[in-house]
Design a protein around this ligand. Structure first.
Ligand code: BES
Ligand code: ZN
Ligand code: ZN
Length: 499
């Protein structure tokens, strides 16, 4: 699909559908639509009245032009209330419009974003958000289905003021790269555990490295053991699929900073010997979503080439019950020498991350960010649509939260405190992998991770257990993997490559 900036009068655009926005507060159409309405003998106004078009968010007014105009349709899209609208409203509209175009079999549309002063955003920013929404909202994971909808929208022209055409082209390109990187992460996360094994995940990292010229190191069981990553190794023990430790490196010539990303990469989480009940085991193929996000971010880095160094680290394995599986009560010595008592084999993600965080701490980066589908407790605390952010550095957390406001990927900080630190004390080791009670489970998991991060390095932990996967889909996320938080962390990296 081609997305490009265009300028000129709406009525003169060569396209199959002219699409324009409307807010609930708008009493009448904008001037250009009014002109087209006149040419259609008031057909647009008439249909608006007849269909009681309210301009609620996501509502459509589809007006056929019966060959009286150059375009076959005029489409008005509701944006809801002006007061609530922001950049994400336009991103969401992108998703609604691409789906509507597919439904109506319209393969070429022109969208007007010139008349959105109410949002107080630059036209090029609106164009970027719209492009993201189109690409994210049009995503489908249908490779295993016989009956798939093969119809494709070929061209989207975004109409902006003439003087903003060239900055808009640039921003559309960035939006495209970010959304495609997110779709890449979705593609991997949507694959089931029988397809994406730890070895396959490593293969994908190697392919990315080849495509974009990244450095990549893949460590097998022997090397993982040699490096002292016994907590990670313990989790992997119960599976027939051997673990892989993945380290991707993106290095610009004149880097401004060095950032390490860690993604939880459980290709499947059965719970291990503390096996999950059936209902809770469904969708645990998505327990690799943090890892998939890291791979998506690297795809974006390969395309955007910012002035920075980024490490992408994934301790990939599968958590299964077996005669060789690790058990409750086991005591493991992590890479940094901290001893861990296993309270529950289903709290496996933090064990794999313990060694991955120790590993990246030794690289001495300026910043560490980990992304993990870590706790059901985080979903209970914040709901399915919001990620929990924790860490050892308020400035870093604030920066991530600020960025997430622009990307529309909802995040909220959860507080660390010394009382909850007492909850992960172990009877027989330095730390226990579960909290004393269920309360504050997302925070006790974060506090567990804290033990494996060099306290001198600013670190943030993003628990994406809620938003990484969604069975019904929402906004520009079709059902399945969402690719959360690829756009936020890539945007964060871009900001840090400019200082
Ligand atoms: N992968 C799960 C967390 C999860 C739950 C992700 C729901 C996505 C949706 C994690 O490994 C896990 O099982 N955590 C346990 C921890 C508990 C045993 C302390 C949980 O949240 O129940
Ligand atoms: Zn688990
Ligand atoms: Zn897990």
């Amino acid at each position: 699909m081609e997305i490009k900036a265009t300028s000129g009068k709406l009525g003169n655009l060569r396209t199959k559908a002219v699409v324009s926005f409307m807010f609930k507060e708008d009493r009448k159409f904008n001037d250009e639509i009014q002109e087209l309405d006149k040419l259609l003998n008031g057909g647009i106004s008439l249909l608006k009245k007849e269909q009681r078009f309210s301009a609620d968010e996501g509502k459509f007014l589809v007006v056929p032009t019966f060959r009286k105009l150059k375009t076959e349709y005029i489409i008005i899209v509701g944006l809801g209330s002006k007061k609530k609208a922001d950049l994400d409203t336009i991103r969401r509209a992108g998703a609604y419009i691409i789906r509507k175009s597919k439904e109506l079999r319209i393969d070429k549309i022109a969208i007007d974003i010139k008349n959105l002063e109410a949002l107080k955003e630059k036209e090029e920013e609106l164009a970027q958000a719209f492009s993201e929404g189109v690409i994210l909202g049009g995503y489908q994971f249908d490779k295993y289905k016989k009956n798939k909808d093969k119809f494709k929208v070929k061209e989207i022209d975004i109409r902006v003021s003439r003087r903003f055409k060239s900055p808009t082209e640039k921003k559309i390109k960035i939006g495209k790269i970010l959304a495609q990187a997110q779709n890449f992460a979705r593609d991997i996360a949507n694959e089931p555990g029988n397809v994406i094994t730890p070895q396959k995940l490593a293969q994908i990292a190697e392919d990315l490295a080849k495509e974009y010229g990244f450095e990549v190191k893949i460590y097998d069981e022997k090397k993982i053991e040699k490096l002292g990553m016994n907590a990670f190794l313990a989790v992997a023990k119960g599976s027939e699929n051997p673990p892989r430790f993945i380290h991707l490196i993106y290095k610009a010539k004149k880097p401004k900073k060095e950032i390490a990303l860690v993604g939880k990469g459980l290709t499947f989480d059965s719970g291990g010997l503390n096996i999950k009940p059936g209902d809770f085991m469904r969708w645990m193929k998505s327990d690799k979503s943090g890892a998939c996000a890291v791979l998506g971010i690297f795809k974006a880095l390969g395309e955007l080439k910012p002035d920075i160094v980024v490490h992408g680290v994934i301790a990939a394995c599968e958590n299964m019950p077996d005669g060789k599986a690790y058990r409750p009560d086991d005591i493991l010595i992590a890479k940094n020498g901290v001893s861990i008592e296993v309270g529950n084999t289903d709290a496996e993600g933090r064990l794999t991350l313990a060694d991955a965080l120790s590993y990246v701490s030794e690289l001495k980066p300026d910043t560490i960010i980990d992304m993990a589908t870590l706790t059901g407790a985080c979903v209970v605390a914040l709901g399915e649509y919001t990620a929990g952010v924790m860490g050892n550095n308020q400035k870093l957390i604030d920066e991530i939260l600020d960025t997430s406001e622009k990307t529309g990927e909802w995040m909220w900080q959860l507080p660390f405190n010394d009382k909850l630190r007492e909850h992960i004390k172990a009877p027989n080791a330095d730390v226990l992998n579960i909290g004393k009670t269920r309360y504050g489970g997302a925070i006790t998991a974060g506090l567990f991770l804290e033990k494996f991060v060099d306290p001198k390095i600013p670190w943030a932990h993003i628990d994406i257990a809620g938003p990484a996967h969604n069975t019904s889909g929402w906004y520009y996320h079709p059902p399945g993997a969402t690719g959360f938080p690829v756009r936020t962390i890539t945007s964060f990296i871009l900001e840090n490559s400019q200082e």
